[in-house]
Unconditional design. Structure first.
Length: 303
């Protein structure tokens, strides 16, 4: 099936590994992602704090392009993009707001926009967990993982419509279907500091440190995310968080698509694992050892 796709700016830079693994996994699932033509930045995290109308205009232009291309659904991997696109569509329902935004566009936006959803939800809409498990070639058995959604994916609940806003379970269900052990992670929707990693680095270090502390205490092999900004704060800024907490961390932070790709036995070069700051080598070695042990056990049982 073909899906209209909005990659977002991070996909072309700081989260290229997310984009690579998203494309690889969707291709393996026969979900063909087709970029909407001439898309532009959604405004990212700060735009709406400066001017709501201008921020909405950035998103409305993308939504209008998707509508004119007769897209039935628009997928995006980034929660910030997802939030901005959904919020803009919601605000455009008000005639006065729509009029203000239309004045900023080259021409009035389409009367209706296609629904927007995350790549994660898009996959789940096409494959239930049993069907997803059937695609697994190399189970993630032996891995102990913490799913971290961040604060944007499920809030505000009435707009995002992403399961229980305080306790979503989609990522856990997906990775459990792939054989992983998923821990109960109470901070799964707590804020990591988001874009304050630039103007308020100490605050971000404290917020991210709380999340990393819990993951370390639970003894997980990795934290699994679905947000470029969360991944950056927990991975790239892990040493900053450790310094603020006067400790050390060495916890790989992978995108859920990278774990799905490993379970589907996709080439590692297509998953962007080499772009992680905290190496995933320990996790990969554990997977290999687990599979070798399983093979020995099976062979021993046949003798």
């Amino acid at each position: 099936m073909n899906f209209a796709y909005y990659p977002g700016c991070s996909a072309k830079g700081s989260s290229k590994d997310y984009e690579m693994s998203t494309q690889a996994v969707c291709k393996a699932l026969d979900m063909h992602l087709v970029d909407i033509e001439d898309w532009n930045c959604c405004g990212s995290t700060p735009a709406h704090a400066v001017d709501i109308s201008l921020s909405a205009a950035l998103c409305a232009r993308n939504l209008d392009i998707a509508a004119r291309q007769k897209a039935e659904i628009l997928l995006t991997p980034c929660p910030s993009c997802l939030s901005n696109l959904k919020m803009a569509a919601k605000r455009m329902e008000k005639p006065e707001f729509r009029q203000r935004v239309n004045e900023l566009l080259d021409e009035p936006a389409a009367a209706t926009f296609p629904p927007v959803t995350s790549v994660m939800q898009g996959i789940a809409q096409q494959f239930d967990m049993q069907a997803l498990a059937a695609r697994v070639k190399k189970p993630l058995k032996g891995l102990k993982l913490a799913a971290y959604y961040g604060c944007l994916m499920s809030r505000p609940a009435e707009v995002m419509q992403f399961e229980d806003p305080e306790n979503p379970m989609l990522m856990e269900n997906m990775l459990s279907a792939c054989g992983a052990e998923m821990v109960d992670f109470p901070l799964k929707t707590a804020c990591c500091g988001a874009s304050f990693g630039i103007p308020e680095r100490p605050m971000t270090a404290i917020n991210s440190g709380r999340i990393l502390d819990l993951a370390a205490n639970l003894g997980v092999d990795a934290i699994v995310v679905a947000c470029p900004l969360c991944q950056m704060n927990l991975d790239l800024r892990q040493k900053q968080a450790a310094k603020a907490k006067e400790t050390t961390y060495n916890i790989p932070v992978l995108y859920f698509t990278q774990l799905l790709g490993l379970a589907f036995d996709l080439p590692k070069k297509e998953l962007g694992l080499n772009k992680l700051i905290v190496s995933a080598d320990s996790l990969l070695r554990k997977l290999v050892e687990e599979r070798e042990d399983a093979t020995k056990t099976t062979e021993g049982g046949r003798q």
